[in-house]
Design a protein around this ligand. Sequence first.
Ligand SMILES: Cc1cc2nc3c(=O)[nH]c(=O)nc-3n(C[C@H](O)[C@H](O)[C@H](O)COP(=O)(O)OP(=O)(O)OC[C@H]3O[C@@H](n4cnc5c(N)ncnc54)[C@H](O)[C@@H]3O)c2cc1C
Length: 328
Amino acid sequence: MKVLIVGRGIAGSSLYYLFKENGSKVHVVESGFRRFYPTLIHSLLLKGRDIDLALESLSFYASHKIPLFLYPSYTIGKIPPEVIDKWISMGFNIEEKYVPWLGQDAIIGHNTDRLVGVKKLIDSVPYIKGQISIDSQYRVLLDGEEISNKYDLIIVASGAWNSFTVKSTLPLRSYYCWAWAVLTPKRVLDKVFIYDYELGFYSRPLFGIGSFFSIVGDGDTIECSPFSPQLGDKRAVKEASKRLGPLIPIYKGDGYCEGTPDMKPVYGQISEKIYYIGGLNGYGAEVGPGLAKLLFNFIVKGEEDKEYSASRFHGVSDFRIGKEPHEF
Ligand SMILES: Cc1cc2nc3c(=O)[nH]c(=O)nc-3n(C[C@H](O)[C@H](O)[C@H](O)COP(=O)(O)OP(=O)(O)OC[C@H]3O[C@@H](n4cnc5c(N)ncnc54)[C@H](O)[C@@H]3O)c2cc1C
């Protein structure tokens, strides 16, 4: 089978390996619209079936030798007891206790959170530089030249650009989000994850070595086209400073993500041989390879997972971007 994957992001790169390892000839086309960061957060402390996708993603990273760096996580705020019970039932090592350097109680996750070297995954995938567009007749064009007949299967994995790549209505909307690299006197912040659901921010290591830098952000989003430049405010830095002491913002990392009506990721079929995957929100490194596996199983084995397939949005014609599923 000849497979074309549109987009060399987390979803496209995972699909590249899944199909290649299954014996397909796979081409990936990448336009270069998206900027990538060396590492992204991978947490297992999610909700419901997302935990299964995160575990599947973790085993994908491990089996493809993608670097994973473990750090403890500190979750502040009211987490529904059934969610905590689920974490414990999955065998995760968590405990709630007073944390002196935070000056308050937190749920501590031991070995539940990692930075994942997504750049290594993406850089390992060979690609053709170019831009794909799919018109309303489902003709696939590479930089304007039709290539539909060269492939048996086409998968659109172009992230926030999905709705611009395909002339077809998809249950996806793009948005802008951002985070700040900050200077901090508390070197512990470069060695821990903090999810503060009371003040509404997260903090994560930048270098992960106990330096004077970390990264803070919040779940704030601006719904917009991925082609429209935006400005992100410093609210996350202000809120985080209330909990963690003075933080000086030095660099804003930003980009575009996309969400679905229920803010959980999705895969679906567009035409006989065109499929799509997306809606990975701000947690694509956490669940992306797991979702790619579901799409692979759908195409190759005919297995549909109704919790993540597009059939769940049947009848939904309009929606607004909400909060990510793990932003309790
Ligand atoms: C500032 C920031 C911080 C984030 N932090 C985290 C984090 O810590 N943990 C986490 O899990 N997630 C994080 N995310 C979210 C994560 O980056 C996304 O969930 C993830 O990148 C989505 O993966 P994807 O493969 O669907 O899309 P993308 O990663 O966006 O990949 C799509 C690719 O398709 C290419 N493309 C687009 N259109 C075309 C076209 N027409 N033809 C060819 N190529 C095309 C793009 O250039 C891009 O490379 C963050 C996002 C941002 C912006």
